[in-house]
Design a protein around this ligand. Sequence first.
Ligand code: AMP
Ligand code: MG
Length: 356
Amino acid sequence: MTAPSGCPAATGRWRSLLLVAILALAVSGCGQSREPLHKTQLLAMGTLVNISIWSPDAALAQRAVTAVTQELNDAHERWHAWQPSTLTRLNDELAAGKTATVDDDTRELIQQARELSTASQHLFNPAIGGLIELWGFHSDQRPDTPPPSQQINQLLASAPSLADVQVDGKRVRSTNSAVQLDFGAIAKGYAVDRAMQRLRQMDVRNAIVNAGGDLRAIGRHGERPWRIGIRHPTRSGVLASLETHGDESVFTSGDYERYFEYNDKRYHHIIDPRTGYPARGITSVTVVHSEATTADAAATALFVAGPEKWQAIAKSLGISHVMVVDDTGTVYMTPAMAERIQFETDPAPETVIVSP
Ligand code: AMP
Ligand code: MG
């Protein structure tokens, strides 16, 4: 899913007011509830976030919601790809050949992104912000035409990657002026991990932080596990569901999140760094993994890898649970994922279990 680069224009004062209003509603609901399930919906990172806390302690649930909101808003403000943020300032400095100084979280995010990028053979490549901007996805408006191929080829020739970025303590520099960082494929996962860490520190044991369908779940819903739905990529409603075990993240990348149509062809926001064009062959990829940061980057990487290569990239990323819907609607699953998935459509889609 997209974050923070898929963000609508609910910013600044209006966003703060909206959040306060939603929080106030949610908090008053929590305070009166005797049910141990506390559900809150709010707008953060440009997406609808659902927080579910299973706890008899309503006051704790309120504090938990505040902590999660803080983490997500903080990530949104730091790593927004085009509204003025820590990231846009860093990109300006890198493009000018300067050495930038970053905060601990940004450094940590760059380091994690670098490892995941390398393990994905740079199919997940957060240094291609220039390409994503060229395609018009660094805007609150929907683009309407593909960019000229000459400009795409120019950017491809400069081959920006995180291998060009050097991190020394808090100091960051790039040896390639074409590097433009875009954490849209990983920042939401990172923020969800941070939020979950805060909840654990507060002794919240049973919770889901669900940011626009991408989530991390810990513990249980009382006597039963949490059950979560995976969106159908081409229809409204749910394609499948699964129960989470212990502490798991479920992230989906899909071509339906941000796109435009031109001459009857869909151009979406997940760009193949090998071609400079939207990745082809897959409609959605769902990954289950312990950490949200990895699950987020991996879902994007496997989407880019396409029908031929996703298994190899999943292996090098250490991901065992994958569900892929290809552009004909056929569902491919690893055996580990097949054991967990329950289809919610009638009839169930054509399914292929891919041997490891
Ligand atoms: P996701 O929805 O998690 O797959 O992330 C998609 C977002 O990540 C896009 O909106 C872009 O901001 C960014 N992005 C697109 N293609 C790539 C790529 N190949 N590698 C890394 N980030 C990408
Ligand atoms: Mg992602």
